[in-house]
Design a protein around this ligand. Structure first.
Ligand code: FAD
Length: 590
């Protein structure tokens, strides 16, 4: 579990806790737990009801005092203070990172502790809340004057410190690679990366974990170890964008000012988008390689399945790594074939899309494997509900005339790829397009309305395949263009839509799908026949791509990823018009 920081003998704070952490917390002597997160804030978060039940089992008092990220109101502070006064100590309060809980404590103490004392206590606990100072001072002064507690102090916009040259939102594949590429070009830049997690994941490895090839530990590193030297890591979550002020708002209300912004917060896995899924995931034969914790369960199930029904599902596009749902299936079938049980298992691939794979050049090779493994291919079939204990799943299926019916299927095991959307705080922000993605020019990755903002990775609107391979090529493009904007010039680096999906059709062979905008084939290695299964491509995936990711991409070594540049002459390229420079924070177009 994450680090617990003591604020007072009565109260400690920590990032998100899980149901299994509560036993350890009780053993450490805590008597009470306060959750400050609203339910459903992120996909990997246990519900307050589940935590309350787990707390009761461990003899802990539990209170849910949810606080909206970025908006700690005086009312919230009142609720928090009231909860603390009624609970047994020592108590542990948590939110996503601990920052909101820390903020609540700081504001609850502001009537009798001076701001310096409060801020040095929070800093010693690992939470820099300097932006809270004006609010703490107002409370402190008001108390001194009024001589009474409980005075309501209105929320106010807090002044910010000097802007960073670059603020990066998200320390995933795209965010870390971009920051590293920027620093390689200009080490003097001041860069802050806002990232709430303390672990960084190599998600492309999860397919191999689910296929019994990798240990999951190989796909995880401490976030601190991948943070580029020279950046400031702000361990918090962004709650909102204020592009007109050149600021992002953190979930504790603090603001960060920037000259340029790089937004790369990834995609949201919507586990609630399939009724009953969240409740049964990880049990009853229901698994998904889309979670670090769950991928080993896929391999457990594959090994345990000797007959019956095996379902694999794929939601509507876009999703990250559109090939991953199929990859899980082919590796499972290959294991069953080698174990001599494939003939006893009915395997079906249920995809909400009308075709097996979006780029037609790769379909014949994949269809050959569908036939070889005897897989039933069900297109236009969208998983809607699941009942784990009853081992049943329901799909809406659209026929050729557009008529929709609900089809029930039984399963012994089911691998689910969840529906995916842009993160909520992006969808409701001024950066979003109609579908919720960060609206960027597909070529320059510059925001279409705010000239000093760039978006890349899974959260951006560019119509490429959402993959780490795409982020590897996008990061140098964004790095070049951010520097151009900081130098008051128009962006010149161009992204061609490259993405890659190594389709693991059997253990030891891969169809290496590499393509750009419009499905144009963009093979990196001329000696690998991209349309056919290849052993060399498997070696690349298993042995070379992990070190390329950790040691090159995340460190700004742009191997085979040098960006194409526009010529200087205006009008020389169709994309030039979209690249015209505007003042930071000013809308590019009306
Ligand atoms: P991520 O790497 O997901 O990072 C987003 C970061 O933003 C996270 O660290 C998150 O904590 C942070 N964040 C979220 N919300 C906030 C907030 N409010 N404030 C601040 N930070 C926030 N790609 C390939 O190239 N090849 C493959 O073979 C492949 N296989 C895959 C298999 C599976 C099972 C999966 C799940 C993915 C696979 N991918 C593959 C896809 C690849 O992992 C993603 O496309 C890539 O990680 C996207 O990078 P990103 O930086 O946009 O998002």
């Amino acid at each position: 579990m994450d680090k617990i920081s003591r604020l007072t003998p009565f109260l400690s704070v920590s990032p998100q806790v899980t149901e299994t952490d509560l036993g350890i917390i009780a053993a450490q002597g805590f008597k009470s737990i306060i959750s400050n997160r609203p339910d459903g804030e992120s996909e990997d978060q246990p519900s307050a009801a589940d935590l309350a039940a787990a707390a009761e089992r461990n003899g802990l008092d539990f209170r849910h005092v949810p606080v909206v990220s970025g908006k700690v109101t005086d009312h919230d502070v009142g609720d928090f203070t009231a909860a603390l006064s009624e609970m047994r100590g020592p108590a542990l309060a948590f939110c996503r990172t601990g920052a909101r809980s820390c903020t609540l404590w700081a504001l609850s103490e502001a009537h009798h502790l001076d701001p310096d004392a409060i801020l040095s206590t929070t800093a010693a606990a690992g939470y820099e809340l300097d932006a809270l100072r004006p609010r703490l001072e107002t409370r402190w002064r008001t108390e001194q004057i009024a001589g009474a507690s409980g005075t309501v102090v209105p929320m106010q916009r807090m002044p910010t410190v000097a802007p960073y040259d670059v603020v990066v939102v998200g320390g995933g594949s795209a965010g870390i690679a971009t920051a590293s590429s920027l620093l390689r070009r200009r080490p003097s830049l001041s860069i802050a990366i806002v990232e709430p997690r303390d672990r960084h994941y190599y998600q492309p490895g999860w397919t191999l974990v689910g296929g019994g090839v990798f240990d999951r530990a190989k796909t995880e590193r401490a976030m601190a170890d991948v943070m580029p030297e020279g950046v400031r890591w702000i361990r918090a979550a962004v709650a909102g964008f204020e592009p007109e002020h050149n600021e992002v708002v953190l979930e504790d209300g603090e603001r960060l000012a920037y000259r340029t912004l790089v937004a790369a917060p990834g995609i949201k896995l919507d586990w609630t988008g399939v009724e009953g899924l969240k409740e049964t995931l990880g049990r009853n034969g229901v698994t998904s390689n889309y979670l670090f914790e769950m991928a080993p369960y896929t391999w457990e199930l594959v090994q345990a399945t000797r007959g019956g029904q095996a379902l694999f599902t794929q939601p509507p596009m876009p999703i990250k790594c559109a090939g991953a749902p199929q990859k899980a299936m082919y590796l499972a079938c290959d294991h069953w074939r080698r174990s001599g049980v494939l003939g006893d298992i009915d395997v079906s691939f249920n995809t909400a899309t009308p075709v097996l794979f979006g780029v037609k050049d790769f379909v014949p090779s994949l269809m050959a494997y569908v036939e070889r493994y005897g897989i039933e291919l069900c297109v236009n079939a969208n998983l809607k509900a699941i009942d784990g204990p009853a081992r049943k799943a329901w799909f809406t299926v659209k026929d050729a005339d557009g008529a929709i019916e609900t089809v029930e299927k039984s399963f012994d095991m089911i691998h689910v790829c969840p529906p995916q959307t842009a993160p909520d705080f992006v969808r409701r922000s001024p950066l979003a397009d109609k579908a919720g993605w960060i609206e960027v020019s597909p070529e320059t990755l510059q925001h279409v309305r705010y000239g000093n903002i760039f978006g890349l990775g899974d959260a951006c609107s560019a119509p490429n395949a959402k993959t780490a391979a795409a982020a590897r090529k996008q990061a140098p493009v964004v790095a070049e263009n951010v520097l151009s904007v900081l130098d008051a010039q128009g962006p010149r680096a161009i992204y061609d839509g490259y993405g890659s999906c190594p389709l693991t059709v059997e253990r030891g062979k891969i169809v290496l799908a590499e393509f750009g905008y419009g499905g144009k084939l963009l093979p990196t290695f001329p000696f690998i026949n991209a349309k056919k299964p290849s052993r060399l491509a498997w070696l690349l995936k298993e042995k070379l791509l992990p070190p390329i990711y950790w040691d090159l991409m995340l460190r700004g070594h742009e191997w085979l990823a040098a960006p194409e540049r526009l010529p200087h002459e205006p009008g020389a390229h169709a994309a030039q018009e979209a690249c015209d420079y505007t003042e930071p924070g000013k809308a590019k177009r009306a």
